[in-house]
Write a protein that binds this ligand. Structure first.
Ligand SMILES: [Zn+2]
Ligand SMILES: [Zn+2]
Length: 357
C-alpha cells in the first residue's frame, strides 16, 4: 500500500529544501513504517545542501516518532510504540554479528547510499531516501529493527529526536570509545551539540580538567555551565600554550569535532606523549603525530543505539545529562531557516516539529 507523505526534498542546484508531496511504499517484511514527530538537524545534513548535484534527496537522520505499521517479520516493535531512529547497519556481516554495528561492512552504503542495499527506493517521483536508514525530514519513513530504539512513552519525542546521532556521538565517544577514566584531562575542540554532549559525558566520567575550545562565546559559556572547567576562545587565544598551562604536560584526550585542519594540528600538539585524539570530523589533511600519541576515528562513539540511547535517557531523567538546553525548536516548514541558524550559531541543535504524537 502506498502512503501519501510530505518530505523536504533537496533538488540539484536548489540550494535549499522544499517540502513536497510524495508517495512512500508500505513496509517490507523487515521494515517498520514510522510517523515522525520530530527530527534533529545535524551538520552532516547541512553539508549536502549547497551545490548539490545528482538525484533529488531526502535528508534527515535524527528522527523520532510513532510506529504506524511493522512488517511481518519484525520482532519486538509494534504499532503505537515510540521510537528514536539512529544509524543503520546490516545485522548480517561479521562486524554486526560481533555486536559492532558502527563497523558494519555495509555502513557506508546503508547510511549514505540513499537507497536500500538491494538498490531499490521506496519513494515516488525519482526521489531517493533511506539516508541513515531513515530520511527523517518527512512526515513518514521506513526504518528497520536495526536502527530503531524503543523509548518511554512519557517523554516528549521532540526532545528525544537528536539522541540518534549528535548526542549519541558526543557522549559515546567519551564514555564508550575512549572510556575516559576519572581524573583524566580532556579537551573538546568544537562545542556545538556533539561537543557539549561530550562535555556533559566527561563531567559524568569524572574527568578533570575539562577544556572547551570554540570560537563562539555563547557556546563556550554554555560549556562552562554544563561541566567544562576551562574554556578557550581559539579566535583570540593560542590553544596549545593555554592547554599546556592548564594541564602541565598536555592533555590526556582531545575530541576533534571542528573539521578544521589547524585545529587538528593544534589537537595533536596539545596531547601529552601518551594522549589520544578522537576524530569525529575529518580534518581534510593529516599531520605529524610525535611519540606515543594515538588517533582514533569515532563513528557514533562506537555506540550500539539500543544500549546507549536508553542509558542517555536514564541519565537525562536523573538530571545528569541536561541536553534539553542545547535544543531549539522549529516548525517543519521552517527547515531552511533552522539550517541557516545552525550555520550562524544561532541554534546549537535545531529540532523540527513534524507531526503530533
Ligand atoms: Zn549526524
Ligand atoms: Zn553489518
Amino acid at each position: 500500500m502506498l502512503h501519501q507523505i510530505q518530505a523536504a526534498v533537496l533538488r540539484p542546484g536548489a540550494g535549499a529544501l522544499q517540502i513536497e508531496s510524495l508517495e512512500l511504499e508500505g513496509p517490507r517484511d523487515d521494515e517498520v513504517l514510522v510517523r515522525l514527530a520530530a527530527s534533529g538537524i545535524c551538520h552532516t545534513d547541512i553539508g549536502f545542501v549547497a551545490g548539490h548535484s545528482g538525484p533529488p534527496l531526502i535528508l534527515g537522520h535524527e528522527g523520532a516518532g510513532v510506529v504506524a505499521e511493522a512488517g511481518r517479520k519484525v520482532k519486538g516493535i509494534k504499532t503505537g510504540d515510540h521510537v528514536v531512529l539512529s544509524y543503520q547497519s546490516c545485522g548480517r556481516c561479521p562486524a554486526c554479528r560481533r555486536g559492532r554495528p558502527t563497523t558494519c561492512g555495509h555502513f557506508w552504503d546503508l547510511n549514505f547510499g540513499f537507497q536500500r542495499l538491494d538498490g531499490s527506493n521506496a519513494y515516488s517521483n525519482g526521489v531517493q531516501g533511506h539516508f541513515f536508514g531513515q530520511s527523517s525530514f518527512a512526515t513518514h519513513t521506513l526504518a528497520t529493527r536495526r536502527n530503531l530504539v524503543k523509548v518511554p512513552q512519557d517523554l516528549p519525542l521532540k526532545l528525544l529526536a537528536p539522541m540518534g546521532c549528535g548526542l549519541q556521538t558526543g557522549a559515546a565517544t567519551v564514555l564508550n570509545l575512549l572510556q575516559v577514566p576519572p581524573g583524566a584531562s580532556i579537551a573538546v575542540f568544537g562545542t556545538g551539540a556533539v561537543g557539549l554532549a561530550a562535555v556533559m559525558a566527561a563531567r559524568l566520567a569524572g574527568a578533570a580538567p575539562i577544556i572547551g575550545v570554540d570560537i563562539k562565546p555563547g557556546r563556550l559559556e554554555l560549556a562552562l555551565e554544563l561541566g567544562a572547567s576551562h574554556v578557550i576562545d581559539s579566535s583570540r587565544e593560542e590553544v596549545v600554550p593555554r592547554v599546556r598551562a592548564i594541564t602541565g604536560r598536555g592533555v590526556d584526550f582531545v575530541l576533534e569535532i571542528t573539521g578544521n585542519s589547524d585545529m587538528y594540528q593544534a589537537g595533536t600538539e596539545a596531547l601529552n606523549p601518551r594522549g589520544t585524539m578522537a576524530l569525529i570530523a575529518s580534518p581534510g589533511r593529516g599531520g605529524s603525530l610525535p611519540g606515543g600519541r594515538k588517533i582514533i576515528g569515532s563513528i557514533q562513539g562506537d555506540a550500539v543505539p539500543q544500549n546507549f540511547i536508553p542509558k542517555l535517557i536514564e541519565l537525562y531523567q536523573a538530571g545528569q545529562f541536561p541536553f534539553e538546553r542545547l535544543l531549539k525548536f522549529y516548525e517543519f516548514r521552517e527547515i531552511n531557516r533552522a539550517m541557516a541558524d545552525a550555520i550562524k550559531g544561532a541554534a546549537i541543535k535545531p529540532v523540527l516539529l513534524i507531526g503530533e504524537h
